[in-house]
Write a protein of this length. Structure first.
Length: 101
C-alpha cells in the first residue's frame, strides 16, 4: 500500500521520511511471530502548480497492507521536521483525476 505525506517541508529528505515511518514500525510491530512491515520504496514528489508554487509530498510503499493502514493511523497528525503532517492512503486513480485540467 502506498502512503502519502502531503506538503512536507523543503528541508525534508527521503531519510527523514523513512525514519518517520520506522518509528512506528519499531514500536508497534515487535511480536515474535508476526511479519515485520517493510518499506519497499520512499520518494519525494515535487509538483509545481500553474502559479509556479512548488509543493513537495512524501510517498512510501509499505508491505503488507494491513501494517500500512496501522502506520497511517499512528502517523496522521504527527510532527515531521517540526511540521504537523497529515498521512493518508495514496490512491493513484484519484490523484490522476485531481491533476487533470
Amino acid at each position: 500500500m502506498k502512503i502519502l505525506i502531503p506538503r512536507i517541508n523543503d528541508a525534508t529528505t527521503r531519510r527523514d521520511i523513512c525514519e518517520f515511518a520506522n518509528r512506528i514500525i519499531d514500536r508497534r510491530f515487535r511480536l515474535p511471530f508476526t511479519v515485520r512491515p517493510k518499506i519497499i520504496s520512499c520518494h519525494i514528489l515535487s509538483i509545481s502548480d500553474a502559479m509556479g508554487v512548488k509543493l513537495r509530498h512524501g510517498l512510501l510503499d509499505v508491505k503488507p497492507d494491513h501494517a500500512a493502514a496501522k502506520i497511517i493511523r499512528k502517523l496522521n497528525g504527527a510532527f515531521l521536521r517540526g511540521k504537523r503532517v497529515g498521512v493518508k492512503h495514496y490512491d493513484k486513480a484519484a490523484s490522476r483525476a485531481i491533476m487533470r485540467p
